[in-house]
Ligand binder design. Sequence first.
Ligand code: GLN
Length: 545
Amino acid sequence: MTTKYIFFTGGVLSSVGKGVTAAATGRLLRERGFKVAVQKLDPYINVDPGTMSPYQHGEVFVLDDGAETDLDLGHYERFIDIRLNKVCNVTTGQVYAEVISRERRGDYLGGTIQVIPHITNEIKRRVRLVGKTTGADIVLVEVGGTVGDIEGLPFLEAIRQMRFDLGRENTAYVHLTWLPHIGATGELKTKPTQHSVRELRSIGILPDVIVTRSDYEIDPGIQEKIALFCDVEPEAVIPMVTAPILYEIPLLLDQTGIADLLLDKMELKPRKQPDWTEWKALIEEVRKPKPVINVALVGKYVELHDAYMSVREALKHAALATGVELNLHWIHSTDLEDDLGEEKLKGMDGIIVPGGFGSRGIEGKIRTATFARENKVPYLGLCLGMQVMVIEYARNVLHYEKANSSEFDRSSPAPVIDLMPEQHDVTEKGGTMRLGLYPCHLVPGTKASEAYQTDLVEERHRHRFELNNDFRPELEEAGLICSGLSPDNRLVEITEVRDHPFMLGTQFHPEFLSRPNRPHPLFSAFIKAACERAGVCGEGAQKQE
Ligand code: GLN
């Protein structure tokens, strides 16, 4: 069949859940038997978010092919349970870089290069590439930002033209807005939605569906009013009230009839009835009262939880499957740089040190690893969290006082974490790390191999530094087990501490492959170890026994 495209735009405000709405809608369509893919169009000028501070843009999500992408791609992969590729995140920077390089090659044969048609054509080419490279029946395309942003205009023009290019039955437009609540009168206001739809229509896009987000129940009168003023059918105004449980959104959205409405617009019939048995069971599990475990996440961007989106989700998935309630404590690594800081870690059943770049807070993370090792608190280190664990071991077990990563101390006499040889001559920052899926052999008899229950895995990477092989024999002799290795044995991918209930670090980012119904084995093993320390046993944990 011809690939169909559903475009998601946003109005009124940003951060009202456009990504989650697109992801959940994707799930509804997948449940109806369609192959779906999702693309995010980001109007900023960076080529990708890889060079941005997490404070600016939250976590950088990494795909199998090594693309560094917006965190919404994490929502798409987790909600729909799919694996996306690099064409699924397009930025203004990528589009201009391509058009300008073609111009330099002389491809435009003397033409004047303009936003319309050259930039818009390149955007359209990239949108259509999703259908071609994924073979999806339906591609959902989310336009970042809100209608009215100057930098978003070429994207809106491109998606407007796509209805003309592909035909009415092959395209649908969904506009997501926010209904503010006026406390004094207890009213939800529709005016900002009306303005935002008017703005969209002035660009030439007539939404087929309007999704209205609100923190309060939306009564049918409001839906009718929006339908009347925005020229859509009343049933095409979809109320979406803030859900306390993130993964309940597909179930709630399905009750609104949005999926059948969209299929109808695109002249499609469901290929099968959705089967929500597993999702419903998942939500029931979330609702059940469960024993609580306390886990500390020690990072340097903790003020912004979005910077650790996938880590938090992966922890939630594993806790849910184990039958325990996760009480996550966000601890700033700089707060652990003095002796008093350790107080914050007391009473924790598990500690997680996620990825990061740069030296701020690094000593606090190293102290965290010492605390976990000495007090036998379960520890999971992700990328930088593994490197920290190795530095700590070299300093306090091998007594290399000045052991460090050459990222933080170029003249360390014991650079236990060092640049990979292939990274030495790299000067450009963007897209030059070790990125994407790499195979990893698991050493039998280790905690890693026990957790995975297999001997070869593939995981997603994003880092420049590695465990320095010069120190590997000494570290191993002193009890640091290298339990995951690249097939050529050159790179250490997983380390674990001998004689510890669970102290394990991965050079890769397992959090990117965790799913709500299929937690990542290493996260599950970590949560199980935390449960043991806490002396609690969830129902899920009993089942696994
Ligand atoms: N900064 C470290 C490196 O580049 C770790 C990166 C990370 O944690 N993603 O190797």
